[in-house]
Write a protein that binds this ligand. Structure first.
Ligand SMILES: [Zn+2]
Length: 164
């Protein structure tokens, strides 16, 4: 059975869908473990540093030339340019991920986008369309609200509502 994953940029600033070849997927928010996601797709943390610091960090800690936060931002910039990339071996996103958490995240993203998008050309509207497609494809009922989806929504609104 194939065990590859595809990266989909949910929208710049929001996060990333990691989609397994077997159609499972998970959502990594921008404030989640983005450096390791980038590493999995082939990012190299010190690529903008002098040669001497190759291998000094995994992208989450300081190296001799950059802080961990700068590496993190580089990882985000890099991932945003890799929309649609596929790698052959998924590095462990799927064993620990609970499908119900993913459903709740998709519900929360949908309500976020539906409530805060500004017009048909906005990033919020693109997110809305993308999340709707996901929900349709995976049989997720978007009209269901759960305690977890409401919690996720409150976090997302605080962080992202003004960017949509
Ligand atoms: Zn470095």
């Amino acid at each position: 059975m194939k065990n590859g994953i595809t990266l989909l940029v949910a929208d710049h600033g929001l996060g990333y869908f990691v989609v397994h070849d077997d159609d499972r997927y998970c959502f990594i928010p921008t404030d989640g473990d983005v450096p390791h996601l980038a590493l999995a797709f082939g990012w190299s943390p010190c690529s903008r540093c002098p040669n001497t610091c190759r291998g000094a960090t995994d992208g989450t800690r300081n190296c001799p030339h950059c802080t961990g936060n700068v590496h993190r931002q580089h990882a985000i910039d890099w991932l945003n340019a890799q929309d649609g990339d596929w790698i052959a071996a998924e590095p462990g996103y799927f064993a620990p991920v609970s499908p119900s958490l993913n459903h709740d995240m998709v519900r929360a993203l949908y309500v976020l986008a539906a409530s805060y998008y500004h017009g048909q050309w906005s990033r919020g509207y693109r997110l809305l369309c993308r999340v709707k497609r996901y929900a349709d494809r995976h049989g997720i009922n978007l009209s269901v609200k759960t305690r977890v989806s409401q919690q996720l929504l409150r976090r997302l609104v605080k962080r992202y509502a003004h960017q949509l």
